[in-house]
Every structure is written in structure tokens, then in C-alpha cells.
Design a protein around this ligand. Structure first.
Ligand SMILES: [Zn+2]
Ligand SMILES: [Zn+2]
Length: 66
């Protein structure tokens, strides 16, 4: 599934060198929080910003704006 922006924080950014570039959106397996690497508290998408769990699945991607 692809998103226009992160469903949690609304983050997107302009594509730079590569068109079709994207970043992943994750869902925490523990609490269901959706997050990306830019979400506050996710520590670069290393953990859930809500509960701190590192268990997650990739639910989609955000394609960068042109
Ligand atoms: Zn986010
Ligand atoms: Zn969580």
C-alpha cells in the first residue's frame, strides 16, 4: 500500500536525485501504532514512538513528492 504521507505525522519530502524514491511506513506489532522514520520518538524508525517496541511490520510506503 502506498501513502501520500506518513499516516501518523504527515511527513513527506521532495524527491531529490531519484524519482520513485520512497520510505517505509511501519505498524507496531504490539500496540498498532503506525509510524515512519521521521515520527517523533521513533528514533529513525528503530522503535515504536508510542510503546518503544521494536517488533513491527511494514504496512506500506510513502512515495516522495516530485
Ligand atoms: Zn511519521
Ligand atoms: Zn507500539
Amino acid at each position: 500500500m502506498s501513502y501520500a504521507a506518513c499516516p501518523a505525522c504527515g511527513f513527506n519530502k521532495k524527491a531529490t536525485a531519484f524519482s520513485g524514491a520512497y520510505f517505509n511506513v511501519y505498524r507496531c506489532s504490539k500496540c498498532g501504532q503506525e509510524y515512519c522514520y521521521e515520527c517523533r520518538g521513533s528514533n529513525g524508525a528503530r522503535k515504536c514512538p508510542k510503546c518503544g517496541s521494536t517488533s513491527r511490520q511494514t504496512i506500506g510506503k510513502v512515495t516522495l513528492r516530485r
